[in-house]
Design a protein around this ligand. Structure first.
Ligand SMILES: *[C@@H]1O[C@H](CO)[C@@H](O)[C@H](O)[C@H]1NC(C)=O
Ligand SMILES: *[C@@H]1O[C@H](CO)[C@@H](O)[C@H](O)[C@H]1NC(C)=O
Ligand SMILES: *[C@@H]1O[C@H](CO)[C@@H](O)[C@H](O)[C@H]1NC(C)=O
Ligand SMILES: *[C@@H]1O[C@H](CO)[C@@H](O)[C@H](O)[C@H]1NC(C)=O
Length: 380
């Protein structure tokens, strides 16, 4: 009798301990993912940083990599923002290093020394919790053991990033009730609305955890092949890069349609436009464009070497799986299979999600004008 009671009691205690362990391990961020130092940075991080892999498909060994920076203000209340660079194929460490991450990188004194990291006073982490995600697998530090996963497209990427989010918010449950935003730039103009739609669908289906999506941000984004493709000629003219005469000619022979217009006369005039803007920096016409042996924006040599060292620190990354880390990979066979983003934007905004579509005005072939038109067509 006593024995039975004892064993029952032991079971209860064991269960309680297990339960506590479960509660402890699921109630807060995984300590093993905590980052407390980076080469080149002296001092204490102004907020907690985490990094690691989330396995979204065990069978395939499909792993998405993230770097998470907690808000430096009030992490428990501030929004959680997912950041995605575009490509397709660009690592979101692009945004972390060059755009709005917690550090500014001061180049090393010699070619081989590490850069010095200083705190960035304009980091988005000043006011929000940011998840930098390398997506889809094959990009940045994200990888799959089954290389067939590198043949992918818009919809698969959205489904996978959604699977990542569900797991990530399980690992970091204390952030489940924070307002959640999805953001990105360039080709992420496709990633963001397609992922937001997956999240909305998942919430409707009652998937757990429910994601507290409030809205999304797209910077210099891709939206619609026709509107985007038609924007270049008027932009080049507006910026004085092509003559009035050429603009009039091209508009006339192409009948105002510069996208996928394969009449020979139109092609001939478009070739003249291309010649006039050849070798300009398409990201910013005011910036020099580096040619030949010099560095380009996507040249790995232009990156802080500490990033290339990441796989060699005490917490080795899966270097054997990913090969050498690249800012923008050519490994993917990527299909733009989601079509125009206009109806995604319409549906999301009509459902009450907040949208911020922003563009760097006047300097980018990739952005100017293309937003203006479709935004007015979509009737926002
Ligand atoms: C650093 O790299 C540049 C460009 O590759 C090269 O011209 C220069 O000689 C290098 N300097 C040293 C000290 O190795
Ligand atoms: C990779 O995935 C594909 C598609 O699911 C499957 O047909 C193939 O057998 C897998 N390859 C390996 C090596 O597991
Ligand atoms: C515009 O078209 C006219 C007539 O075809 C041609 O003479 C002229 O050279 C063209 N101008 C430019 C800038 O292409
Ligand atoms: C938008 O909503 C309409 C009406 O419910 C639906 O037919 C359409 O498929 C939706 N589009 C997208 C991209 O979700």
């Amino acid at each position: 009798m006593l024995l039975i009671t004892m064993s029952f009691l032991m079971k209860v205690i064991a269960f309680v301990i297990l339960f506590l362990m479960f509660v402890i391990t699921t109630e807060s961020a995984p300590e093993s993912a905590l980052i407390t130092k980076l080469p080149g940075f002296i001092g204490i991080f102004p907020s907690k940083h985490y990094s690691g892999y989330v396995t979204i498909d065990k069978e395939h060994g499909k792993n998405l990599w993230y770097y998470f920076v907690e808000s430096e203000m009030n992490p428990m209340k501030d929004p959680v923002v997912l950041w995605l660079n575009g490509g397709p194929g660009c690592s979101s460490m692009d945004g972390f290093v060059y755009e709005h991450g917690p550090f500014n990188f001061e180049p090393g004194k010699t070619n081989f020394s590490l850069p010095l990291l200083h705190l960035n006073p304009y980091s988005w982490s000043k006011v929000s919790n940011i998840i930098y995600l390398d997506s889809p697998v094959g990009v940045g530090f994200s990888y799959s053991k089954n290389e067939s996963d590198y043949i992918t497209g818009d919809m698969k990427t959205a489904v996978d990033s959604h699977a990542f989010l569900l797991k990530w918010f399980q690992m970091f449950p204390e952030f489940q009730s924070n307002p959640f935003y999805i953001s990105g730039e360039s080709y992420a103009g496709v990633y963001v609305p397609t992922l937001a739609s997956e999240v909305v669908k998942g919430n409707k289906e009652g998937l757990k955890p429910a994601l507290n999506l409030k809205g999304y941000l797209v910077g210099n984004g891709v939206a619609d092949s026709m509107y985007d493709g038609n924007a270049l000629v008027p932009f080049a003219h507006g910026m004085g890069l092509i003559s009035d005469q050429l603009f009039e000619n091209v508009t006339e022979v192409c009948n105002g349609n510069f996208y996928a217009n394969d009449t020979p006369d139109c092609e001939e005039q478009l070739a003249k436009v291309s010649m006039d803007i050849d070798r300009l920096n398409i990201y910013n016409i005011l910036e020099p464009c580096y040619h030949g042996t010099l560095l380009s924006a996507f040249d790995i040599k232009s990156l802080p070497s500490s990033l290339l060292q990441l796989g060699k620190t005490e917490k080795p990354l899966a270097e054997s799986e990913i090969g050498r880390w690249a800012l923008s990979t050519g490994k993917l066979s990527f299909h733009h299979d989601a079509g125009s983003m206009i109806s995604f934007h319409q549906n999301l905004t009509l459902s009450g999600y907040r949208a911020l579509i922003y563009r760097v005005q006047e300097t980018q072939f990739l952005s100017t004008n293309r937003g203006r038109l479709w935004i007015s067509i979509a009737d926002f």
